[in-house]
Design a protein around this ligand. Structure first.
Ligand code: TXE
Length: 481
């Protein structure tokens, strides 16, 4: 698992062992599987300089050429899905059952989608009487991507693909918890024909991220991470008037009405809380259940949660793996303790497994009230809070009473109510009778404290390019004197 070197800069692996060592731990057994080094100032300089040097040439390629390279990278990723999924499982601890369908494949989707539209990016023509004008869509320059540890391959591609499609270059810093997968994305892009310096990966923790954000050559920053980090990075970007996209946390509502299809609603609650051991920013961690269906919902939820197959994430039968790290497990355990001490009713799980690895049971609290810590703060672990409600009006007010606004969903058979409710939910992504599907064709991003900007879809193009307006005078210029 040991990569050729810690960083990938200017089209090749690069090492500098003077950087602080970063151990890579397989969370299922706590064993160290690799070691990389944080970027030194020399590595940061090399990455920024190579991205800067490569940008003009990359932007000068016609869109169809840039797009072809991205699409070729998508094909290579699909061919190597098994190998990349194995690596993602080792890096994150997520079950191979998930990584085979949700990680490298999602990266390939982004590269294919943005590769496909690179050729048709352009501006508009406006006729202004005899004069006329046109707009040009031009790249921003060097973009910095900073990733979280929950979807390392996907995040690298969700940021890299639209950035490169628009003619930018990128320096990407993965989370220090999961440094391996982004290196593969860089390697594959070069294999697909990307010139050296177009997509660089360097390792490190917050300080390396901070140096990249503050580098005067950086034109744009896209972060996936916690709300606290988002505020710092957004402020640092603003200080130099840089573009910024912030994909941050959430505490999203999943609202289930009495008339909902019970099995689908239970499936959604399971997916929205236990997929990837609950480590997903858009999770529906506040499950509001209308009182008439509460007992039936809880009974079915408990029965089905008991079927979770907790085990080695490398085993294809496993559908619930460890958390990413001991630290994240400790955070989750402290929230479970708070839930119990604040009076929530623990109806399933709650315990760390008595075996090596960062394993905790899928955990369900019932009778949760809005004021409890577990209903207010993002846990980022497999902890579901079930809250009761009576009326639509009541639940909407409570659903929106949060600093976050990433996602939300409604389960109901009533068509008009479904639309009315999602229109009222203050969140960037909403689902009706579904949860957490985020195909590349759709914008993804948060309202309120969950962030700014959007990833994926044509919306991302707006965040990785800028418009230049050109007015064309066709007549002699007149002046007052
Ligand atoms: O995130 P951080 P962490 C939440 C989740 C989790 C908590 C902490 O609740 O428990 O965040 O996780 C880089 N300038 N989410 O510590 O610190 C950092 O190196 C520039 C939700 O992993 O936000 C990493 O690459 N960069 C989330 C990235 O920012 C900085 C996913 C995220 O780190 C920096 C992950 C700085 N000053 C965690 N400080 C989601 N919404 O998906 C840190 N970084």
């Amino acid at each position: 698992m040991q990569p050729t070197a810690s960083h990938f800069v200017n089209g090749a692996y690069l090492e500098d062992t003077a950087g602080a060592p970063i151990p890579v731990i397989f969370p299922a057994n706590g064993e160290q599987i690799a070691r990389v080094h944080a970027a030194t100032p020399a590595v940061i300089e090399a990455a920024m300089a190579s991205a800067k040097a490569a940008q003009a040439g990359w932007a000068a390629l016609i869109g169809v050429e840039r797009g072809r390279i991205l699409r070729r990278a998508a094909d290579i990723i699909r061919e190597r899905n098994r190998e990349l999924s194995d690596l993602e499982t080792l890096d994150t601890g997520k079950p191979i059952q998930e990584t085979l369908v949700a990680d490298a494949t999602s990266a390939a989707d982004a590269l294919e989608y943005f590769g496909g539209i690179a050729a048709s990016l352009g501006g508009e023509h406006m006729q202004l009487g005899g004069d006329w004008a046109y707009t040009m869509r031009v790249p921003l320059g060097v973009c910095v991507g900073i990733g979280a540890w929950n979807y390392p391959t996907q995040i690298a591609a969700w940021k890299g693909a639209p950035a490169l499609a628009c003619g930018n270059t990128m320096v990407f810093k993965p989370s220090e918890q999961t440094p391996l997968c982004a290196l593969k994305v860089a390697e594959i892009l070069v294999e697909a024909g990307a010139p050296p310096g177009v997509f660089n990966v360097i390792q490190g923790a917050g300080l390396v991220g901070k140096a990249l954000v503050e580098d005067p050559r950086t034109a744009k920053v896209s972060l996936t991470g916690s709300a606290a980090t988002g505020k710092k990075v957004y402020a640092a970007a603003a200080a130099q008037m840089k573009h910024a996209t912030m994909e941050l946390g959430g505490k999203s509502p999943l609202i289930i009405f009495d008339d909902a299809d019970l099995e689908s609603a239970v499936s959604a609650a399971i997916n929205a809380n236990f997929y990837s051991s609950g480590q997903i920013c858009s999770n529906g961690t506040r499950v509001f259940v209308q009182r008439g269906i509460k007992d039936a919902f809880l009974a079915r939820l408990l029965k089905r949660t008991a079927n979770a197959i907790i085990g080695d994430p490398r085993d294809e039968a496993t559908n619930f793996g460890p958390m990413v790290s001991e630290e994240q497990l400790a955070i989750t355990c402290s929230y479970i303790k708070k839930g119990i001490s604040e009076g929530a009713r623990l109806v399933h799980g709650g315990n760390r497994l008595n075996q090596p690895g960062a394993y905790i049971e899928p955990t369900i609290f019932a009778d949760v009230t809005d004021d409890m810590t577990i209903a207010r703060e993002e846990i980022f672990g497999p902890v579901m809070s079930v809250l009761d409600f009576d009326t639509e009006e009541d639940v909407l007010e409570r659903a929106n009473a949060t600093e976050f606004g990433l996602s939300g969903a409604v389960f109901t058979a009533d068509l008009t109510r479904a639309h009315r409710v999602v229109h009222a939910i203050q969140a960037g992504s909403c689902w009706i009778n579904q949860y957490n599907l985020t195909p590349v064709e759709l914008p993804f991003g948060g309202m309120k404290g969950s962030g700014v900007g959007r990833e994926n879809s044509m919306a991302a193009i707006g965040h990785y390019s800028q418009l230049k307006t050109v007015y064309v005078g066709m007549s002699p210029v007149e002046a007052a004197f």
